[in-house]
Write a protein that binds this ligand. Structure first.
Ligand code: NDP
Length: 294
């Protein structure tokens, strides 16, 4: 089998198209959805992510406010920034770019964001709602993966889904969404992680395999079932002197050997990544809609 490509750029475009009319309706009512990004320090990858989020806001006609502070910012100052954004009427979504420098209390910052402005979907209140199947907002990356599955009509119902990685931003919410008793869910879900014994035995059970590890080559063709759907979340920089940047991006999945056995596969770049940003815009628009729905 040679896998068909899941085209994240195409799906992200369709998501953006679907929110354009909603943005126009909000504007007619005098509301421009607003997203605040908070970037602490000068990590190059984080800078790139924040820049693309701001650029996408501009492209869609959303208001964006980019706040940058040096890496040695005090916790109290960051808390004050979040408190002000919580009260700002023109801001509907607040995104504090992760990871924060180690002296800062990241979980406390996540909890300080008002749940209604938590467009990342990381606040414990929103995580709880997601878990009980009454989601308010879904974390952008797993939400984006669901859009990919929907677009290509890949229904997880009754399938074995294996998620490699148990982070709060990808692995755990992905599992929570796929296991729901709901449309486009109802999967039998397994989560694997660095302490899982016999990873290959677990991944070979998967009809749908989601790799969110942060390590190139974690999954190769021998570790997947013939015909599996392979979703590669990983974004890893590896040195490449042929690339003008000096590096190129690869996922967690060995693309060639997996594409030879899978039925569907996401490339890196151009798979999950474009959806993460699109869903951030989607969540910001929904937050703005909720802000006027009373
Ligand atoms: P984390 O580092 O928070 O989590 C990685 C997970 O992988 C952990 O649960 C870890 O296990 C597990 N793991 C590590 N090594 C192994 C191994 N050898 N075998 C099995 N499991 C292992 O990462 P994130 O979830 O934040 O991100 C994962 C990847 O996805 C990264 O490359 C990140 O850049 C990318 N990413 C991409 C996005 C996109 O839009 N495309 C968005 C978000 C992330 P343990 O818990 O035991 O440590």
């Amino acid at each position: 089998m040679s896998a068909q490509i899941i085209d994240g750029k195409e799906v992200a475009k369709s998501v953006r198209k679907s929110i354009k009319a909603r943005i126009a309706t909000l504007k007619e009512k005098g509301v421009t959805p607003g997203l605040a990004t908070v970037l602490i320090g000068d990590d190059p990858a984080s800078q790139t992510y924040v820049k693309s989020k701001v650029r996408m806001c501009e492209k869609l006609g959303l208001y964006s406010e980019a706040i940058g502070r040096p890496a040695d910012i005090a916790q109290a100052e960051l808390d004050e920034i979040v408190a002000q954004l919580n009260e700002a009427p023109n801001i509907h979504g607040i995104l504090v770019q992760s990871p924060l420098p180690s002296h800062l209390d990241e979980p406390a910052v996540v909890k300080a964001i008002k749940p209604e402005k938590d467009v990342d979907g990381f606040h414990p209140y929103n995580v709880g709602l997601m878990l009980i199947g009454e989601p308010n907002v879904l974390p952008c990356t797993p939400h984006g993966i669901m859009k990919l599955l929907e677009y290509y009509d890949i229904d997880p119902a009754g399938k074995e889904a294996v998620i490699v990685g148990r982070s709060n931003i990808v692995g755990k919410p992905m599992a929570a969404i796929l296991v729901q008793k709901a449309k486009m869910a109802n999967a039998t879900v397994t989560i694997a992680h660095s302490r899982s014994a016999n990873l290959a035995e677990i991944t070979r059970r998967a009809d749908i395999l989601v790799a969110a590890v942060g390590r190139p080559g974690t999954i190769d063709g021998s570790m997947i079932k013939e015909g599996a759907v392979v979703i590669d979340v990983g974004v890893n920089r590896i040195d490449d002197s042929n690339d003008p940047r000096g590096y190129r991006l690869v996922g967690d999945v060995d693309f060639d050997s997996c594409a030879a056995r899978a039925s569907w596969i996401t490339p890196v770049p151009g798979g999950v990544g474009p959806l993460t940003i699109a869903m951030l815009m989607f969540n910001t628009v929904e937050a703005a809609e909720r802000s006027i729905s009373g």
